[in-house]
Design a protein around this ligand. Sequence first.
Ligand SMILES: [Fe+2]
Length: 264
Amino acid sequence: MKLTLPIPVPEKRMFHKKSEFNIHPITVLQDNIVWVWVHNCNAVVIDPSISSPVKEWLLNKRLSLIAILQTHHHDDHIGGTQELTKRWPDAKVIASKKELKRIPFQTVSVEDNDIFNLLDSKIKVIEVHGHTNNHIAFYISKKNSKYNILFPGDTIFGGGCGRLLEGTPSQMFTSLNKLNSLPENTKIYSAHEYTENNLKWALSLNSNDISIIKRLKIVQSKRKNGLTSLPSTISEERKTNLFLRAKSIEEFTKLRRHKDNWKC
Ligand SMILES: [Fe+2]
């Protein structure tokens, strides 16, 4: 008698497939990216600038919005929140406790180092002053996952960092160092598509830097094909982001000032 044995699936493959994050970009306004993190039939939205495209996207996929993460109070990050909570009134709005005045519709107030559960993961709050006072980032880890996730808002961008609209260079330098201490395989989902411009600026100061040249080529090809340049990773930023490579507050301050006055 002939026996048919089931083909064994390598344990490693099963393991990874199970634990991957499912995160999608919705590009809105001039260069904002609203990230939607999906698990089963639920979704979490990060910094919704506006509501309509996000609402449409969620309804098309028959997803239920369970939470909105807010990194800071700027209009292009919170503009769509209230409209979305009209459609999904049970969705939690998670924001910094120190921003109750500027994000008054928050329903879960968090502080630096708080850890809470969302979907199937643990989220850690990291306070990152600099772009604004009380700006926060969300760091997500999941058991058995091959990588972690960072939603840094406007603190770190592909090849760059946020402008200092409220904080000092020293605060931003400290914030970037905090993010730089995360594991190198952490994926970074920044809130703006600035990578190409940032890398061109970096090349204007380091014209022979092979890592930056290579990354710019990849980013330009992605952009030509209508794709976002993000997520990047901590490891990629360590190699190509001059702000992360800065060794002192003085060096960081000079770079930030130079970028503020630089035109492509
Ligand atoms: Fe901002």
